[in-house]
Design a protein around this ligand. Structure first.
Ligand SMILES: [Fe+2]
Ligand SMILES: [Fe+2]
Length: 329
């Protein structure tokens, strides 16, 4: 397949209100966060030298993922496609997903730098500082993967753009934390887990396992910090967080339909978008990606009637009972 790229974006500038907080307390008071900081320091790795970039990916299926993980698998359209058509769908679906992840990683780098500058607690601030290095590594890795190993890349989806802007430009530090470390990373962690579980390619498995390990720490830091903050917050302030979670969950659920991939392949966008929304295969793929997020929202104390209503409408509320797994040492 020829190199094919969607029109390059020149970039966006968002305003990020942030305090440069100079604390006079140099004690690290939060032992769970301190352990995560220690773990993070010992878990640094090098994108350039620790993974095998010389490894060749399958030209028919770069990520080595099974076809039933594709949103249109089993549909009439899928059945009609020949070998070449199916290959094109894999390239676009994987190129789209990795491009969105790459944009998300850049946003994570920005958010972590904000938290490192403004967190009150030195324990949280050191975790955020080492996260900046982690996210730099993830940007490096996914940019290399998209630019050198894939044939298709995409700009940020409109829905992801809106959520990231709200997350980055909020004047409330906990909203930045909630949007990035819980919503976006909660969804990303499930996607990475799927790749680790299903990819047939050893290089892809290795790369995603390493990144997944880093992300699980970030997700754990977010949970610990926010559980403390939300247990002390007034109901009026919590309402705004409920709104944010409800809206963010809806946006991410919609984002996962990957509406932007149809027109570049010459398919009717509206018909394909509708087909994905009605497909049982696609719904179960999208639902499963919420398996971490829903129990985390429960643990944060944000599974209020309003948020519950959103999760019920998205048909993901049954993950409420799932235990929280991984992340902490
Ligand atoms: Fe990351
Ligand atoms: Fe992260």
């Amino acid at each position: 397949m020829d190199m094919e790229r969607a029109a390059p974006e020149t970039g966006i500038r968002w305003t990020m209100p942030v305090d440069a907080f100079m604390s006079d307390d140099y004690e690290c008071h939060e032992s769970r966060l301190n352990k995560l900081y220690e773990k993070a320091k010992g878990a640094q790795w090098d994108v350039a030298t620790d993974v095998d970039w010389k490894s060749e990916l399958d030209p028919d299926n770069p990520l080595g993922m099974p076809d039933p993980t594709l949103l249109i698998y089993g549909s009439e359209l899928w059945e009609r496609l020949d070998t070449k058509g199916r290959k094109e769908v894999r390239h676009h679906a994987q190129g789209w997903m990795l491009s969105q992840i790459l944009h998300g990683e850049q946003a994570a780098l920005i958010c972590a730098s904000k938290l490192a500058s403004a967190e009150d607690s030195l324990s949280a601030r050191l975790c955020a500082a080492v996260q900046v290095a982690d996210e730099a590594r993830h940007v490096e890795a996914y940019a290399k993967l998209v630019n050198e190993k894939l044939t298709v890349s995409y700009p940020m989806s409109q829905s992801l753009k809106g959520l990231l802007e709200n997350t980055i430009s909020s004047s409330a530090l906990d909203i930045t934390n909630l949007g990035m470390q819980v919503l976006v990373e909660g969804i990303a962690l499930s996607i990475f887990q799927n790749v680790v579980a299903y990819s047939k390619d050893p290089f892809i498995k290795d790369l995603f396992t390493r990144i997944h390990r880093d992300e699980a720490r970030h997700f754990a830091v977010g949970r610990i910090t926010l559980t403390r903050i939300y247990s002390e917050m007034s109901s009026t302030e919590l309402k705004e967080r409920e709104e944010f979670v409800s809206e963010g969950a809806r946006v991410l659920y919609d984002h996962l339909c990957a509406d932007d991939i149809w027109s570049p392949m010459g398919f009717a966008k509206e018909a394909c978008s509708a087909m994905v929304r009605e497909s049982r295969v696609a719904s179960s793929i999208r639902r499963a990606i919420f398996r971490r997020l829903v129990p985390t929202i429960r643990e944060l104390g944000l599974l209020t009637p309003r948020v519950r209503d959103t999760f019920e409408k998205l048909d993901v509320i049954d993950y409420e009972a799932m235990p929280l797994a991984g992340g902490e040492p």
